[in-house]
Design a protein around this ligand. Structure first.
Ligand SMILES: C[S@@+](CC[C@H](N)C(=O)[O-])C[C@H]1O[C@@H](n2cnc3c(N)ncnc32)[C@H](O)[C@@H]1O
Length: 271
């Protein structure tokens, strides 16, 4: 069965009485060229397990399994079960019917691989959870281009955000290529991008991210005021900024990850 054929996808949906559901971010990939490039980017060895979120009709899931991977995939939309009975039959695939946002990724073995065409509305929290779990050595995700830009953004750029720092803290990130809306059915309004993350074994740092979230909580405020409004003590914030030679007028979006780490170190010590 060729799931990258638009007529096959339409016929499959119609035969099962289904429509792509926007609430679940269902935009199915229907392009063989891009599908091959995504599978190549995952770079698994034969028999290796690849974790996935959102198999949908089974397009990427099937391509990974046909390429020799064992796939464990989380899906929320139970209507797809009879579709999988056709599209994933006989393949090394296990579907877990669960919400990926509630899944405990720390139960995945360390050094695992992850690949997905992520539902756009929940891509950021899923990527954050995957990174925080510390269980993945490579994460290949198809996301909205704006999310991809945030993932690789540097200080001072309009896309620089909590997600940029989350990615930098845990991983090396590379934007691989863009995909036009027409390679999905139904076509989304936006361009997509494939991103590869190569995480290092670095644990989460909740205090650092409490600080970063406070710094980005009100982008129009100075860093000083944003931190004060989140309850950081004034004298300590002022001394820490001074020690780091940062102006009291500086905004959070100007600081590098290293500067946030240094700031957090000073704020949590007796200065
Ligand atoms: C963009 S589609 C990708 C489908 C397929 N992998 C493809 O490439 O054509 C996203 C999929 O994620 C599923 N999904 C959405 N939210 C989810 C969640 N919170 N947990 C698990 N699956 C979810 C949707 O039902 C849909 O199948």
């Amino acid at each position: 069965m060729n799931l990258t054929s638009l007529s096959t996808v339409r016929e499959l949906l119609e035969r099962h009485g289904l429509r792509a559901d926007r609430r679940f971010g269902q935009n199915f990939l229907i392009d063989a060229h891009y599908l091959r490039r995504i599978v190549e980017a995952v770079g698994f060895a034969p028999g290796e397990t690849v974790w996935e979120v959102g198999p949908g009709l089974g397009t990427l899931t099937r391509a990974l399994a046909l390429g020799g991977a064992r796939v464990v995939s989380l899906e929320m939309d139970r209507r797809l079960e009879p579709v999988h009975a056709e599209t994933l039959a006989g393949l090394e695939v296990r579907v877990i019917w669960a919400d990926a946002l509630k899944f405990d990724w720390t139960q995945v073995p360390p050094g695992s691989l992850f690949a997905a065409n992520l539902p756009y509305n929940v891509a950021t929290p899923i990527i954050t959870d995957l990174l925080r779990s510390g269980r993945f050595r490579r994460i290949v995700v198809l996301v909205q281009k704006e999310v991809a830009q945030r993932m690789v953004a540097q200080p001072g750029s309009p896309s620089y955000s909590v997600l940029s720092l989350r990615v930098q803290h845990h991983a090396k990130a590379k934007k691989l290529f863009d995909l036009p809306p027409g390679v999905f059915y139904p076509a989304p309004k936006v361009t997509s991008s494939l991103i590869r993350l190569d995480p290092e074994p670095i644990p989460d740092d909740p205090e650092l991210f409490r600080l970063i979230e406070a710094a980005f909580s009100q982008r129009r405020k100075t860093l000083r005021n944003a931190l004060l409004s989140r309850g950081y003590p004034e004298a300590r914030v002022e001394t820490a900024l001074e020690r780091l030679s940062l102006s009291p007028q500086v905004r959070g979006e100007a600081l590098s990850l290293e500067q946030f780490r240094a700031l957090e170190g000073l704020l949590s010590s007796d200065i």
